[in-house]
Design a binder for this molecule. Structure first.
Ligand code: SF4
Length: 172
C-alpha cells in the first residue's frame, strides 16, 4: 500500500468548520504522528463540506431521518437548523473525498468525530439539541463502503498501528 491517509482538514489546523474554526487533536502523540505523516507527504487533506460547495462559516447542519448509511439509501437528508436542505452539497463533498482517496490510494482515513460528514461512529440526531446517536456521517459512510478504514481523532493510536501494519513496519 501507499501508506497514505485521508485526513479531515479541520484536524490539520484549517479553519474550515461551520463556525469558522479548526478542530484540535487532543493528544500530543497523535499530533506528532499526523505531523510526521504530513512531512512524509502521506496526508491527503479534505474538507468534504467545503468541497461540496458550502462556505465558511456556514449554518450548522445535522442528518435527519438516519445516519450516513441511511443517507446513501435515500432515507436521510442533511438539513440546517432552519430547515434548508444541504443534502446535495454533502453528497458532492463525499464524492470528492472518495475520488481523492482513490486517486491517492489511501488505505485509511482519520476523520473528525461526530460531524455529519466526517463522523465515524456517532452523529447528532437531527434535533439540534446536541443529542448523539450511533451512526456515521455522509462521507465516512461512503468511504467505508469503498473499503477504506475510518478512524477519528480519538483513535489515532489505532490508526497509526493500522497504517504501520499495512506497511509491514513496527508502529512508529
Ligand atoms: Fe472538518 Fe469534515 Fe466538517 Fe470539513 S466537513 S470542517 S473536514 S468535520
Amino acid at each position: 500500500g501507499s501508506g497514505r491517509i485521508l485526513v479531515s482538514a479541520c484536524l490539520l489546523g484549517r479553519e474550515v468548520r461551520y463556525d469558522g474554526r479548526a478542530s484540535g487533536v487532543g493528544e500530543e502523540e497523535g499530533r506528532r504522528w499526523l505531523r510526521r505523516m504530513q512531512e512524509e507527504g502521506r496526508v491527503v487533506m479534505v474538507c468534504p463540506e467545503v468541497s461540496g460547495g458550502l462556505g465558511v462559516p456556514r449554518p450548522p447542519a445535522e442528518l435527519v431521518g438516519g445516519d450516513g448509511e441511511a443517507f446513501w439509501r435515500g432515507e436521510a437528508r442533511v438539513l440546517t437548523r432552519d430547515g434548508q436542505d444541504v443534502s446535495a452539497a454533502f453528497e458532492k463533498g463525499a464524492q470528492v473525498a472518495l475520488e481523492l482517496a482513490q486517486r491517492h490510494g489511501v488505505c485509511a482515513a482519520v476523520l473528525k468525530a461526530r460531524s455529519p460528514s466526517c463522523g465515524g461512529a456517532a452523529v447528532y440526531d437531527g434535533s439540534f439539541q446536541g443529542r448523539l446517536v450511533a451512526g456515521q456521517g455522509v462521507s465516512a459512510a461512503l468511504l467505508r463502503r469503498a473499503g477504506i478504514q475510518v478512524f477519528n481523532e480519538e483513535e489515532l493510536d489505532a490508526a497509526r498501528r493500522f497504517v504501520a501494519h499495512l506497511l509491514g513496519d513496527a508502529p512508529r
